[in-house]
Design a binder for this molecule. Structure first.
Ligand code: GTP
Ligand code: MG
Length: 219
């Protein structure tokens, strides 16, 4: 990577501090989102008698992969430009029990007053050509720091356990083959995605049937 060489030690120190504070805003946004989701999960579970969220994981884009993306997209090397143009520095993945939970959780997130919804990609209704399914939200979250308020992007991926299982293994295979997966494997992967989707439908049906039986018992 080509960075200007004539940069003083003083300036490097300053940049380190700025970069750490820059990343902190995203970490705090993830902390806020995690708290919000835990609240939603707990309250939902009180009302409906089950947890719609099986698992939440958060990740910060590594400095290495951030720089790679900035250079690839030709974004000027300034914190402001990076902040405005890269939307997945902070990522959160929510694994839900059932497909219907995905949309309920998504609605609950979207209706919160301090959250701005920037973009929604529904790869469940419209799966990617390779079979990938998930609901993606790009949000903007306010973060209150000691001397300023920042609004930062957070990428949220919401999926079922079956969708997550498929995506995790597809990702591994993709990297194993150095991103050039043989055609026959691509076909099989797509079939596997369909199997995962059929399983989701089956589990959702079972879930509805159990709810009806429970309701009849309670009446
Ligand atoms: P970037 O690839 O991050 O620039 O995002 P994009 O603008 O193309 O957005 P998209 O919503 O398509 O993908 C964002 C993220 O979703 C990726 O970084 C992955 O984590 C996940 N994702 C998207 N497509 C796939 C896929 O085909 N397989 C797997 N395993 N994950 C995917
Ligand atoms: Mg990404």
């Amino acid at each position: 990577m080509n960075f200007p060489i004539d940069i003083s030690q003083e300036r490097i120190k300053e940049l380190k501090v700025d970069f750490t504070r820059f990343r902190m805003a995203y970490k705090f946004a993830l902390d806020e989102m995690t708290t919000k989701l835990n609240i939603l999960n707990e309250e939902f579970s009180y009302i409906h008698d089950y947890n719609p969220i099986e698992h939440i994981s958060t990740r910060m884009k590594s400095p290495d992969s951030l720089i790679k993306k900035v250079l690839k997209k030709n974004i000027p090397l300034s914190f402001d430009h990076i902040k405005d143009n890269i939307r997945d520095i902070a990522g959160i993945r929510i694994t839900c029990s059932f497909r219907s939970d995905i949309y309920q959780i998504s609605e609950m997130i979207q209706s919160q007053r301090d959250i701005e919804v920037i973009d929604i990609k529904d790869y469940i209704t419209n799966p990617k050509p390779n079979g990938y399914r998930s609901l993606h939200l790009i949000l903007k979250i306010p973060v209150f720091m000691s001397d300023r308020e920042e609004s930062v992007f957070v990428e949220v991926q919401i999926r079922t356990i079956a969708m997550d299982f498929w995506a995790s293994l597809e990702h591994k295979i993709y990297y194993k083959y150095n991103q050039e997966v043989p055609e026959e494997l691509l076909i099989e992967l797509k079939e596997a995605a369909k199997t995962a989707s059929d399983l989701d439908k089956k589990m959702e049906d079972l879930h509805k049937k159990v709810a009806v039986i429970k309701q009849e018992k309670d009446d």
